[in-house]
Write a protein that binds this ligand. Structure first.
Ligand SMILES: Cc1cc2nc3c(=O)[nH]c(=O)nc-3n(C[C@H](O)[C@H](O)[C@H](O)COP(=O)(O)OP(=O)(O)OC[C@H]3O[C@@H](n4cnc5c(N)ncnc54)[C@H](O)[C@@H]3O)c2cc1C
Length: 401
């Protein structure tokens, strides 16, 4: 039987950052990461927008508010050391009506309270200086928002962790556990493991694993697909950096936007539609088991009762490319439906509470023998180094290391 002090379930950016931070702080511990796919960062980490967020949207004092800009700065430092390409291309959040202009002021105050440097309210003429094709009444400019390839970042975390002695297992899916004589036995598709402590960073499956490990939480993961298009190369020079709308404050999703990628291509999206499977990347992907699980969860119905209109609007926009293009035209009027090509998607793991609240903040639950990351949606990739450090600190206080 393979025996470890700590086993981390999930080889996404959060699990790998935790492995790297843990092995650096505790070089004498035997640590392993187990990942069900045959490679790392195959799910949320490998299907995101690649934005290094600055931390504008999040409630001051929340984990997201505290971790995002700190994570942005740490990540840039890490990329500098590792020679990973990133670009501080800057971002505009564009107000297209008077109400949104008022909301922008609130976002500005939030960003300042979260310690984000360089934020500036600009007028409609200044928008054109930064993004000549964008149009709005005013905008919030964030010069410290950037872009990176998170798959490369996760790969570097994995390499560092391995160099520090962490054993990395792929094609190794957690199936169940047994607790006996103070030890935890994990049953996986690659055989059994014995471990003192377990850290669950399983993204879209984190709630299921917590449940299997008898950890009670009032939240469940609801999968939300985010669909993207690429802007055709002939039109991509119209977008210089990142152009976002003013988001609905009660939702964690940022609204369809334009994103420059590190390879110079431009993406439009993502929207946020309910997925019918936890790994439902296509509209037609369907899992009876996953669907049944959230249909049986009262929080799902309570959330739907509150947000049904947004849900229907999002489904409608998902079905009709013309409607998707119309949302984008609010920001860049010259973008046409035929400029959108190569559809792709990611699926967000979004925790929803029993009361039907969409959990806005990161949620990490600690017990005496295990830690569970139960909500790590955006900006968790940006904040991954700080989240990894937070988990190590939680382990320090909860585990008898
Ligand atoms: C469309 C989209 C756009 C986004 N844009 C951004 C952005 O621009 N900037 C940003 O900061 N964040 C963004 N995010 C959020 C960010 O990608 C996630 O917050 C982050 O990747 C979460 O990392 P993770 O390690 O928790 O999850 P994941 O990357 O999903 O990793 C979890 C891992 O656990 C593994 N796993 C699951 N079950 C098991 C099991 N039973 N046994 C073993 N392994 C298991 C999975 O295979 C997976 O590899 C976006 C997300 C999406 C979906």
């Amino acid at each position: 039987m393979r025996t470890y002090d700590v086993i981390i379930i999930g080889g996404g950016i959060v699990g790998l950052s935790t492995a790297m931070k843990m092995s650096s702080e505790y070089p004498n511990l035997d640590i392993a990461v187990i990942e069900k796919e045959d490679g790392f960062a195959e799910h949320q980490t490998g299907h995101n927008s690649g934005v290094i967020h600055a931390g504008i949207y999040y409630k001051p004092g929340s984990k997201k508010g505290n971790f995002c800009y700190a994570g942005n700065k740490e990540l840039r430092k890490y990329c500098d050391i590792k020679g990973i390409e990133y670009e501080l291309c800057g971002k505009l959040i564009v107000a297209t009506d008077i109400k949104e202009l008022e909301m922008l002021k609130d976002l500005h105050s939030r960003g300042v309270a979260n310690g984000v440097d360089g934020l500036k309210m600009i007028d409609k003429n200044e928008i054109k200086d930064i993004e000549p094709h964008a149009s709005g009444l005013g905008a919030l400019h964030s010069p410290n928002t950037g872009i990176v390839d998170y798959k490369l970042v996760a790969k570097a975390y994995a390499e560092d962790a391995e160099q520090q002695g962490v054993d990395l297992f792929t094609s190794c899916k957690f199936l169940g556990y047994k607790f006996q004589n103070g030890k935890t036995y994990l049953n996986t598709t690659d055989g059994d493991f014995e471990t003192e402590w377990t850290i669950n960073c399983a993204g879209l499956y984190a709630d299921k694993i917590a449940n299997k490990m008898d950890v009670s939480s009032d939240t469940r993961i609801i999968p939300f697909r985010g669909e993207f298009f690429s802007i055709i190369p002939e039109k991509s020079s119209m977008i210089k950096g990142l152009i976002y709308p003013v988001p609905q404050p009660e939702l964690p999703f940022l609204g369809v936007h334009f994103t420059k990628r590190v390879d110079g291509t431009i993406e439009a999206g993502p929207n946020a539609v309910l997925a019918f499977a936890r790994q439902g990347y296509k509209k037609t992907d369907f899992s009876m088991a996953d669907l049944f699980e959230y249909l049986r969860f009262p929080g799902f119905w309570r959330m739907s009762a509150t947000h049904w209109k947004t849900g229907i609007d999002e489904q409608y926009r998902s079905l009709f490319k013309k409607v998707f293009a119309k949302s984008l035209q609010k920001l860049v009027p010259d973008i046409k439906e035929e400029d959108l090509s190569n559809p792709s998607a990611g699926v967000r793991a979004q925790a929803v509470s029993f009361k039907g609240e969409i959990v806005q903040d990161f949620k990490i639950l600690s017990g005496p023998k295990s830690i569970h990351v139960l909500n790590a949606p955006s900006p968790a990739a940006t904040a991954s180094l700080i989240i990894g450090e937070e988990i190590v600190q939680n382990a320090k206080s909860n585990f008898d290391i």
